[in-house]
Design a protein around this ligand. Structure first.
Ligand code: G3P
Length: 217
């Protein structure tokens, strides 16, 4: 499974990318607002930091304007993925980008039929929002399962990019149900490798090794 960071904090992205475990980055208008910097500058910097897919979201709501904005965003760097909302106009723009060979990430997906249409429109990625469904008492993972079934039934190549991830359990469950990608806040990334028994076990290994008086080098 690919792991993307959901962030525009370039310092944090650079730090976590140094692990070699970051496969891409997703952004959205809210994250761009948090960056407090010009969007095109932030996206260009992230594209230099991480060679994988970098999602940059349009702000327009009509197909023609989305296409114009997306073409500009795609021109920033070869690894830019144009992010578009899952609306009627967004699906029209998605199909236009697919015809131009521009990669797309269709976002704000909350139902299986929305995901079905994103695949039919030629989306590279579709972003079902797990956490926001959970917030309303639904099981966001059910959506991932349904999309996986639909895409496998018809051989759609659109990749399921699990988004709105809030914790390690979301990452685990998304991997089990077969999401292709998970995009996670930096804080969740840090939690993925932490376990108290690992720390406890290493402490004991180091104490026992120290007692041998040996050195390996
Ligand atoms: O990529 C989508 C993600 O940023 C949304 O997360 O926590 O605002 O639902 P959240």
């Amino acid at each position: 499974m690919q792991i993307f960071l959901d962030s525009t904090d370039t310092k944090v992205i650079a730090d976590l990318a140094s692990t070699g475990l970051v496969d891409g980055v997703t952004t959205n208008p809210t994250l761009i607002a948090k960056a407090g910097r010009p969007m095109l500058e932030v996206i260009a910097e992230i594209c230099d930091l991480v060679p994988g897919p970098i999602s940059a979201e349009v702000a327009a709501t009509t197909a023609d304007a989305m296409i114009a904005e997306g073409q500009k965003l795609a021109g920033i760097a070869p690894n830019v993925v144009v992010k578009i909302p899952l609306t009627r106009d967004g699906l029209i723009a998605c199909a236009a980008f697919a015809n131009e060979g521009i990669s797309t990430n269709v976002t704000l997906c909350f139902s299986p039929t929305q995901a079905l249409l994103a695949a039919k429109a030629g989306a590279t990625f579709v972003s079902p929002f797990i956490g926001r469904l959970d917030d309303y008492g639904f099981d966001g993972m059910d959506l991932i399962r349904d999309i996986r079934t639909i895409y496998d039934n018809f051989g759609y190549e659109t990749e399921i990019l699990a988004a709105s991830v809030r914790n390690v359990a979301h990452v685990k469950d998304a991997a089990i149900v077969g999401a292709d990608v998970v995009t996670i806040p930096p804080a969740v990334f840090g939690d993925l490798f932490k376990h108290p028994l690992t720390d406890k076990g290493l402490d004991q290994f180091l104490k026992d090794w120290a007692g041998t008086g040996q050195s390996i080098l």
